[in-house]
Design a protein around this ligand. Structure first.
Ligand code: ZN
Length: 174
């Protein structure tokens, strides 16, 4: 387990890439169907300042297939950073879990997922975003969000969940 953790952290350190993924047509459609929420504006402003992110961050609630995600409009103007959340999933979150979600998605400004990221790279970028969020909300809140993202016993067997929760719990225990 220790070696595994070391490998993940090594991958993590190498995969810090600038957010430059172009927004897909599919994402444009998703953005068009979302309704903005202005909850947690101050929290977003604080993180934006830390990231020196000078674009509007817009949280959109919609009926989405995925529970949460983020996308950056690079060709359009203004160059908004969108956080997309399924409204039913959002409704089931506590205030702290909502902030965990926002923190995680803003973490992808640093730990940006490239369109053709392999599985291990994808998971390491998720872990990077989780740890970024935990700096603002704490490990307990990030763990609580993950348990809602992966709600069933079967989903908790998915390697992505096992690795993400394992690292958060290890750091929480320190
Ligand atoms: Zn993510």
């Amino acid at each position: 387990m220790h070696l595994k953790l070391f490998n993940i952290l090594a991958i993590l350190a190498l995969s810090v890439v600038p957010a430059s993924a172009e927004i897909s047509l599919e994402n444009q459609k998703l953005i068009a169907t979302g309704i903005p929420t202005y909850e947690n504006r101050q929290f977003i402003a604080r993180i934006k300042k830390d990231l020196r992110l000078n674009v509007p961050v817009i949280v959109l609630l919609g009926p989405y297939d995925k529970k949460m995600g983020s996308a950056r409009l690079v060709d359009g103007f203004p160059r908004n950073y969108y956080i997309l959340v399924d409204k039913d999933f959002y409704r089931g979150l506590s205030d702290l879990e909502k902030r965990s979600l926002i923190g995680h998605e803003l973490g992808h400004v640093v730990f940006a997922v490239k369109p053709k990221a392999g599985d291990s790279e994808f998971v390491s970028l998720q872990i990077g975003a989780d740890l970024f969020a935990a700096r603002y909300v704490g490990f307990d809140a990030m763990i609580a969000l993950l348990n809602k993202l992966y709600p069933t016993d079967t989903s908790k067997e998915i390697p992505e969940y096992v690795l993400r929760i394992g690292i958060l719990k290890k750091l929480q225990a320190q």
